[in-house]
Design a protein around this ligand. Sequence first.
Ligand SMILES: [Zn+2]
Length: 451
Amino acid sequence: MMAERLWIKQPLACFDGTQHIESNGIVIEGNTIVEVLAAQQLPSRPCEKVFDARQHVVLPGLINTHHHFYQTLTRAWGPVINQPLFPWLQTLYPVWAKLTPQALRVASEVALAELLLSGCTTTSDHHYLFPVGMEEAIDIQVAAVNHLGMRATLSRGSMSLGEKSGGLPPEETVQAAETILHDSQRLIDRYHDSREGAMINIALAPCSPFSVTPEIMRESAMLAKEKGVRLHTHLAETLDEEAFCLQRFGLRTVDYLESVGWLSQRTWLAHGIHFNDEEISRLGKEGVAISHCPVSNMRLASGICRTLDLLDAGATISLGVDGSASNDASNMMYEARQALYLQRLRYGTQTITPELVLGWATRGGAKTLGRTDIGEIKVGKQADFALFTLEDIRFSGSHDPLAALLLCGADRADRVMVAGKWRVIEGEIVNIDLPALLNHHRAAAKNLINL
Ligand SMILES: [Zn+2]
């Protein structure tokens, strides 16, 4: 049986992952893009369905490359509002240590729903909290992603260096190396889908230099190589972290990364702020990817990622909203807007264009997650799209529809398609009772703080 053909007809504007294209629309069959029409061109064969996109700006589905879903339970929490990374973490760890499976489920669903409404079709999550009772955290997240109908690279995080051994996290939040590696293997075998069009990928993600041992870094790298999955961690986020690495390992962050076998194309790093020129050239040469998290970096006053220098050196840049305790939103359009403005402070107006930043949020995200089937509007790619209308007051009087998304501050998609299926219609997620979900989530958040 032939798959049904849908023509997304005559978009107001279309961005293909690199540039604005003049197009009469996109034809999809099943979950795949089969035609990207030139201006005036008609589909090669009749289409059973037509979606009139004359009011819509069409983007490839946005891709978020760094998050901690569970942190939606501790947004804007009083005691850490004005703290930088290390004390922020040390104040939050004991709260997070009380996470329950039920709370993680609603937190993940809320984070995913918020991302989806912002036009995100593929996300990663970095979950590294496995206190007693939370052994199935990633299994819970897989179910949440499937429930929303999105794609995700769920990274099996880990913490193995507790306070007693000179690390930052409290003992009740760390696990033995053996337990971590055993569960990592189980999750890859059970859930990782390496095929084109995959909805779930698994990655391995020791949390940070100050919360895991070099042993777990090394063994995770070996297991990732053996299984063909990606590696993720936080690196060079703050100067405190650099001082920690110098003091504990006698190495700067990139030397440490290299010493544990992580300087490779398989690796993507969250933040990547405090690199010197020589480190940037090494990261670029090895093809490491960086998830730039502008809002989190501004909130915690961590610093400004050297995106263009990294790109010039050969690294990949993508965008991450980061965990909701340091953002505190999970909105990819909002993140892209902040990336545009923060990076202009470093590099000026001429080089940091809306197209460049939207490219980070789409094509760059796909490359960061090691995927060749998403992130672009091209024949053969997956049918993942974010469609925005310009009817809200904030767009009134705007001229360039693509630039207007970022400059006027689009924050909610009108329609979102994942793998050929509409998941958001008229700004609402299909098949989700959002008010009920938010009621559960608010109660879970209150509970976690009061436990
Ligand atoms: Zn993070």
